[in-house]
Design a protein around this ligand. Sequence first.
Ligand SMILES: NC(=O)c1ccc[n+]([C@@H]2O[C@H](COP(=O)([O-])OP(=O)(O)OC[C@H]3O[C@@H](n4cnc5c(N)ncnc54)[C@H](OP(=O)(O)O)[C@@H]3O)[C@@H](O)[C@H]2O)c1
Length: 325
Amino acid sequence: MTCIEISRPGGPEVLVPATRPVPRPAPGEVVIAVAAAGINRPDILQRKGVYPPPPGASDLPGLEVAGHVAAVGDGVRTPRPGDPVCALVAGGGYAPYVAVDARHCLPVPSTLDMAAAAALPETTFTVWHNVVERGRLAAGESILIHGGSGGIGTTAIQIAKALGATVFTTASAGKLDSCRALGADHAFDYRTVDFVEAIKAETAGRGVDVVLDMMGGDSIARNLAVLAADGRLVFINFAAGSTATVDFLPIMVKRLTVTGSTLRPQTADAKARIADGLRRVVWPMLEDGRVRPILHATFPLAQAADAHAAMEAGTHFGKLVLTVQ
Ligand SMILES: NC(=O)c1ccc[n+]([C@@H]2O[C@H](COP(=O)([O-])OP(=O)(O)OC[C@H]3O[C@@H](n4cnc5c(N)ncnc54)[C@H](OP(=O)(O)O)[C@@H]3O)[C@@H](O)[C@H]2O)c1
């Protein structure tokens, strides 16, 4: 099969076509004939050589796909050959075929085509685990979602709203209205607005129950400042740096929880458990339209380099997806 590999660490131009054998399903796995593959910010980090695949994972980029099941391994009862599925993969999505743990597959929602379904797994698994399982966001609570305009952010805004939360978000100036249209109650320009002041003003000084942050850096202390008593701060990246001089007093005084996670290195069992939660709570939201993937653009697989350049240009709102076959 002709896939896209990372020929060496570097810019988008290091993404080049390569010939690899079609994978066979191991026991417990299925092989998916990939119709579309989502692009995520971690793919960029992997291409640059700073986010290596975990041991045993494919070295090819691509963390999520949608397509039809082409083959099933021993012991797999569902999904069945021919079923339309989308799946979280630990790598190898930029290819016509990929092997995946059968438990990491979810049905393609009846409302979506393959390109839209390919945009679901990485963001929904990440948001479910970090906002719901770690952040423990509950109906009637409030959340600050940094980067509301990206793949993760557009998903988090919609899931948080559907769960009955009040949503605050940060994004660049030109994308704030789109964040509001998705359901954000308040959206602030991260370049010009102090989100702590703005949220304190909107909440009579209380702050929010949960913060989802991928920036870190000088946001770390401000995230602690904007949390209400018993609040939860969840990190999914430190794009602006993971070190800071921070006063820990608010953690004790306000009884805060500081946590975080990365999805890719988690065990297969842990990912299967996240998939179960998604199937139970988020897939019905997709079926009835309360949540939908926001597709900014699609690119043919052969133009993966252009898709990476587009993500790095940062003008997208929502997701970029590769069409494969
Ligand atoms: N831990 C995990 O398991 C996990 C999994 C997936 C992704 N991630 C991380 O989650 C982040 C988002 O991924 P993605 O695929 O959604 O990428 P993306 O689509 O490129 O989104 C990036 C977002 O960051 C926003 N942003 C940039 N500078 C910001 C700032 N100073 N303050 C607040 N927001 C800012 C961008 O806003 P504008 O475009 O409006 O400027 C955009 O909304 C990445 O850092 C990625 O590494 C973590």
